[in-house]
Ligand binder design. Structure first.
Ligand SMILES: NC(=O)c1ccc[n+]([C@@H]2O[C@H](COP(=O)([O-])OP(=O)(O)OC[C@H]3O[C@@H](n4cnc5c(N)ncnc54)[C@H](OP(=O)(O)O)[C@@H]3O)[C@@H](O)[C@H]2O)c1
Length: 277
């Protein structure tokens, strides 16, 4: 076991995305370990990721690895952590959680205070390597630990650091739930295109390519999104006609309220899942 080995607890969607990304970035398969209770999941993982060690037992997977990544559902976090508490006392690992809504106080408590903990919030496009992950490190995580956590999560896309854990609820509302807002935009563009007489195939292609192209321009360009919007909006033109309908419908306020509702819901869910015992 090298000091760089990583044990992933839970072998579902997020674990598979991370394993794929890490292997693609040159992590040796022998440095990666994964545990999952389901025999079907283990069979799949063994075949899909040759050379990665696959385990039924969490503590065996984790034993000796200095970094553990917890990739189970939020409601599975407590039992998963409790199954690892003994191993944590031996290994004193760096633990990275990807579970939505579980506070680091809960994770540290469930691991009997024997781990340094980084909480992360990836989003759905991580499954194709295009995610954005927000990371929060507890004060006892040193610079090397932060670097390791960032290196792991970079396997599935970009990352940002938060210095205040409570902002994870806002992140959840913006980038966690965000892909759904973009999917809704695609749906709306597509159905409006059809209402204007375009056939279904053309409507889909126009909607998808427009969202992808505009997102890429905004991501790669130097201009502010508002400036880019103004550049495509001639006074009295077609874009201006559409935007004036959106503004009249208070679209910005509706959107702001939607994000706020998601932030509040994230806070409520965190209260349901987390505890410190
Ligand atoms: N998928 C996303 O887009 C996404 C985005 C952001 C954050 N996340 C976070 O990532 C985490 C994992 O999500 P996911 O979509 O990868 O879930 P998933 O596909 O359900 O994977 C979780 C895996 O862990 C296994 N498991 C259950 N209990 C376990 C235990 N005690 N020890 C070890 N493994 C156990 C599950 O087995 P069974 O199926 O047999 O229970 C399942 O194979 C969640 O906490 C979620 O909040 C996911």
């Amino acid at each position: 076991m090298t000091t760089d080995s990583l044990a992933i607890i839970g072998g579902g969607h997020m674990a598979r995305a991370l394993l794929g990304g890490l292997l693609q970035r040159g992590w040796p398969p022998a440095s990666l370990r994964v545990a999952d209770p389901s025999v079907q999941a283990r069979d799949y993982l063994g075949k899909r990721f040759a050379g990665v060690a696959v385990f039924e037992d969490n503590a065996t997977a984790a034993a000796g690895a200095p970094v553990w990544l917890l990739a189970v559902k939020p409601q599975q976090m407590r039992p998963a952590c409790r199954s690892l508490a003994g191993a944590a006392i031996q290994a004193r690992p760096l633990v990275i959680s990807v579970a939505a809504g579980i506070p680091t106080d809960s994770i540290a408590g469930w691991l009997d205070g024997a781990a340094t903990v980084v909480r992360s919030m990836p989003n759905r496009p991580a499954l194709i390597g295009c995610g954005i992950t927000a990371l929060f490190a507890r004060p006892d995580v040193d610079a090397a630990g932060r670097e390791r956590a960032a290196a792991v999560m970079s396997a599935v896309g970009e990352h940002v650091w938060l210095e205040d854990e409570s902002l994870m609820d806002a992140v959840t509302a913006v980038s966690g739930s965000g892909p759904a807002y973009v999917f809704l935009l695609i749906e709306m563009l597509e159905s409006a295109a059809r209402a204007e007489g375009l056939d279904a195939t053309t409507a889909r292609q126009l909607a998808l390519a427009t969202v992808a192209g505009a997102a890429r321009m905004a991501h790669e360009g130097d201009e502010e999104p508002a400036v880019m919007r103004e550049q495509v909006t001639s006074p009295g033109g077609t874009t201006a006609a559409a935007l004036s309908v959106l503004e009249a419908g208070d679209f910005r306020d509706v959107f702001r309220r939607a994000i706020h509702a998601a932030t509040l819901r994230s806070r409520e869910l965190a209260r349901d899942f987390g505890d410190e015992t």
